[in-house]
Write a protein that binds this ligand. Structure first.
Ligand code: ZN
Length: 377
């Protein structure tokens, strides 16, 4: 009863008018049974009103695997023979660790563990806007250690760039603030930097914008970045606790995730909301590949969590899994395995080599220019 042909609406037709959305509710009821459909309707109500609507609502119930062989090898084979058109990548700190950037959350190696020297009331205070307003110095001391530009992108970053060059990248959603996607050459319009970026900076008083280069000079000369216009502190556009995520994070998923036919999730524990709930916005016809050291992303929030955060999450080992595949290992290893299977190894190697050479040259030129500036001043 839940075959494709029985579907009353497709995702594209959805929300055209009320009549169709009523049809959809009826259809959902048929498929889920009375009690579940009430739950589903309530969840949908919350999801829609919180702008967390999940594309999967539209055409599920097929219960059929999207590809016969739901394994990493099966996915690679499908990619080679059938291809994908609109790929979304969704990433976290795990894609940057091999660049030498500390992971925020890993005990021992994690950033929070290295914050003791700043005498903060609690570690996360360094990213709280009200603490920053009173005492911005610890943040800038830390920023100096972490500053983008001191690191090269990883093979995982260059893989995203390669997807873009092949015309396959619909969008790249990142939780990272290290700007390595930009350094790797992923263009601005393909990027959603969900937790902000060091790339742009704004005055906290008059909102004047400052460049990354300006901010870098201030931070590395141990000056408190101060607005030339109003003397307030200038802050990188990274999202502090209690601040809104960038507009793009709210406007683009609604368009992107309906179109997406492959979602690649890399190097994230999928614990930070609302970012983690993006996985549930991918329509039922979208395969989801997780490349991570552990299988994550199942929704164990239960009850309200399920409603608010949009859906059941990744289903790897569930008998109901129709489309989720995990590669358990480091991101770069997963990427090399993937490009190996697709016959893209040489292309990725070449891209990494030429881009890293270009970056080394650029850095050398910048160093020379700074030394000249120093001598002349
Ligand atoms: Zn100002």
């Amino acid at each position: 009863m839940c075959d494709d042909k029985d579907k009353p609406t497709t995702s594209k037709e959805k929300n055209k008018n009320n009549e169709e959305s009523n049809q959809e509710t009826e259809y959902t009821k048929d498929c889920l049974g009375e009690e579940d459909s009430t739950m589903e309707a309530m969840r949908k109500f919350f999801a829609q009103n919180l702008n967390l609507n999940t594309a999967q609502d539209e055409d599920d119930c097929t219960g059929k695997k999207l590809i016969d062989d739901l394994t990493f090898e099966g996915l690679c084979e499908h990619w080679k023979t059938k291809g994908f058109k609109n790929i979304i990548t969704m990433v976290g700190a795990g894609i940057s660790t091999s660049a030498g950037i500390p992971d925020f959350r890993s005990p021992g190696s994690g950033l929070y563990d290295n914050l003791q020297k700043y005498n903060l009331p609690h570690p996360s205070a360094i990213f709280e806007s009200h603490y920053f307003e009173q005492n911005p110095k610890p943040f800038f001391a830390l920023a100096k250690e972490l500053y983008p530009g001191s690191f090269n992108p990883t093979p995982s970053h260059y893989f995203v760039r390669l997807l873009h060059e092949k015309g396959l990248l619909l969008r790249h959603y990142t939780q990272n603030i290290d700007t390595l996607e930009r350094v790797a050459g992923v263009p601005d319009e393909k990027l959603v930097e969900a937790h902000g970026t060091f790339y742009t900076n704004h005055c906290m008083g008059c909102d004047m914008q400052y460049s990354m280069e300006w901010m870098k000079d201030q931070i590395f000369s141990d000056k408190l970045p101060t607005c030339t216009n109003c003397k307030s502190v200038v802050k990188p556009d990274i999202v502090f606790f209690g601040e809104n995520l960038p507009d793009k994070f709210y406007t683009l998923p609604g368009k992107d995730f309906n179109k997406c036919d492959l979602l690649i999730i890399m190097g994230t524990s999928l614990e930070v909301q609302p970012f983690a709930s993006l996985v549930d916005r991918a329509g039922r016809r979208c395969l989801r590949l997780l490349i991570n050291r552990t299988k994550v992303g199942g929704n164990d929030h239960g009850g309200l969590g399920y409603w608010f955060f949009g859906g059941p999450g990744l289903m790897f080992d569930s008998p109901n899994n129709t489309r989720d595949i995990a590669y358990v290992g480091d991101c770069d290893d997963g990427v090399w395995a993937l490009v190996g299977a697709l016959g893209w190894t040489d292309e990725l190697s070449h891209l990494i080599k030429t881009e890293n050479e270009r970056l080394a040259k650029e850095n050398a030129v910048q160093r020379q220019r700074k030394e000249k500036d120093k001598q002349s001043s």
